[in-house]
Ligand binder design. Structure first.
Ligand code: PLP
Length: 200
């Protein structure tokens, strides 16, 4: 997936012309403006930013994928607000592997319960788990974290919650993420170059 936050619609159009179809955005307003501008393209939009409750409606209405569900209340709102005519929203649960207090993501302890809850929501399809490393980690530490996420996915699948996807790996570490089983790598700067300014 191409992470197009802070990139102009014209850059997305060029990436699309080069064959990319999946684009990830972190900020709802910024994303919706680009979606409207690029409505003639057949893009699958992924929401990969932190989710506040007042943003769930736009996410449910405008995105095909969401990667950052980390609590039941947000999942329930997305489910209730997903339009009846739209296909089910493809969903990842974001996991806080190291249990860092300020980081978003569900703890490993609470993951099974949340996964069970999300898997039963009729308007969402739980596809897998997602992970964002804190800072640039060494390659071996990233590899261990990615392997851990894969194991958690496999444990859930064995417990009856079948998950087919792992969203992990960014520009700095996508090779090792793929080696450890990533099905979706989220690539921003390696495709578009450095991001100039923070959007807001
Ligand atoms: C910005 C962002 C990326 C892309 O980061 P790069 O290092 O530019 O590839 C991937 N995932 C998330 C959640 C992001 O916010």
């Amino acid at each position: 997936m191409a992470v197009s936050k802070q990139q102009a619609a014209s850059s997305i159009r060029r990436a699309y012309a080069a064959g990319l179809r999946h684009f990830g955005e972190n900020y709802v307003q910024e994303a919706v403006a680009k979606m409207d501008e690029l409505a003639d393209l057949d893009i699958e939009w992924h929401f990969i930013g932190g989710i506040q409750s007042n943003k769930t409606r736009i996410i449910a209405e405008r995105f095909q994928w969401v990667h950052t569900v980390d609590r039941a209340r947000i999942a329930e709102r997305l489910n209730d607000q997903r339009p009846a005519h739209a296909p089910r929203l493809d969903t990842f649960i974001q996991v806080n592997l190291a249990n860092e207090p300020q980081k978003s993501g569900v703890s490993i302890d609470e993951l099974p319960e949340l996964a069970r809850f999300v898997s039963r929501l009729p308007r969402l399809t739980l596809r897998g788990l997602m992970f964002i490393p804190t800072v640039a980690e060494s390659e071996s530490r990233s590899a261990r974290a990615f392997a851990r996420l894969r194991e958690l996915r496999d444990v859930l699948t064995r417990s009856g919650i079948a998950l087919d996807s792992l969203s992990m790996g960014m520009s700095a570490d996508f090779e090792v993420a793929i080696e450890e089983g990533a099905t979706c790598v989220r690539i921003g700067s390696a495709l578009f170059g450095p991001r100039a300014i923070r959007a807001r």
